[in-house]
Design a protein around this ligand. Structure first.
Ligand code: PGA
Length: 247
């Protein structure tokens, strides 16, 4: 049985002071027994790590594919590890679309991060045009195969399926369509990694809110959610963590 995984992605939001307020507030809440993670801006990682209760993991939203050296503006796996950060999101659609990270760069980051002992949440997802052309299954399969090229240690990987047209738009993918894609992703993993497909967690992301989380999370092949906007408010994020109350 895969344990549900509720992940927040703050994107470029919250100063360290605001992160501290969030940490103190959420520490007071009763949280269901799910795995919980918050991916925060680099400047917030230390304060979260030191102040959040230990049952909430702290992750970076990006990491360099290089070890160290002349890479202005980048953050290395060594730096993350020195702060005891052991999880990182790689390949978020905003990294792909705005910062033009391609599958090769993303694959290099995944290989480097796993090689350095980090756990990776690899994001995939199609644009509206790709879905309208009915190429979404092919597109996502390709992103998975390329993103995981030469990756052996699949136990270090979580996949997040985030259709670009559903991110920050209020247009959630229907739970049925999300489930269908997550099932396809699991089949792709099975072709290459055999039984590990039963263990890997596949998340859905894109306009997940307190009022739709329970329906999404009740699907067999959806093992968790990656939540952007609704992870910024403690009350909303806690309602998603405690989604079973709405079943
Ligand atoms: P959203 O973002 O929940 O605000 O749509 C999800 C994400 O980009 O991870």
């Amino acid at each position: 049985m895969r344990k549900k995984y509720i992940c927040g992605n703050w994107k470029m939001n919250k100063t360290p002071d605001e992160a501290l307020v969030f940490a103190r507030e959420i520490n007071e809440k009763n949280l269901d027994d799910v795995d919980i993670l918050i991916a925060a801006p680099f400047v917030d990682l230390d304060i979260l790590k030191k102040n959040l209760n230990k049952n909430i993991k702290v992750a970076a939203q990006n990491v360099s594919e290089y070890s160290d050296g002349a890479y202005t503006g980048e953050i290395s796996t060594t730096m993350l590890k020195s702060m005891e950060i052991s999880d990182v999101i790689i390949g978020h659609s905003e990294r792909r679309e705005i910062y033009l990270e391609d599958d090769t760069t993303i694959n290099n980051k995944v290989i480097h991060a796993i090689g350095e002992g980090l756990d990776v949440i690899l994001c995939v997802g199609e644009s509206l045009k790709t879905r309208e052309n009915e190429e979404h299954f092919f597109h996502v399969k390709n992103q998975i195969l390329e993103g995981l090229s030469n990756v052996e240690d699949i136990d270090k990987v979580t996949i997040a399926y985030e259709p670009i047209w559903a991110i920050g738009t209020g247009n959630t993918c229907s739970p049925e369509d999300a489930e269908k894609m997550c099932e396809n992703i699991r089949n792709t993993i099975r072709e290459r990694y055999k039984d590990a497909a039963d263990k890997i967690r596949i998340l859905y992301g894109g306009s997940v809110k307190p009022d739709n989380a329970a329906e999404i999370l009740s699907k067999d092949d959806i093992d968790g959610v990656l939540v952007g906007g609704a992870s910024l408010k403690v009350d909303d994020f806690v309602k998603i963590i405690n989604y079973k109350e709405n079943l």
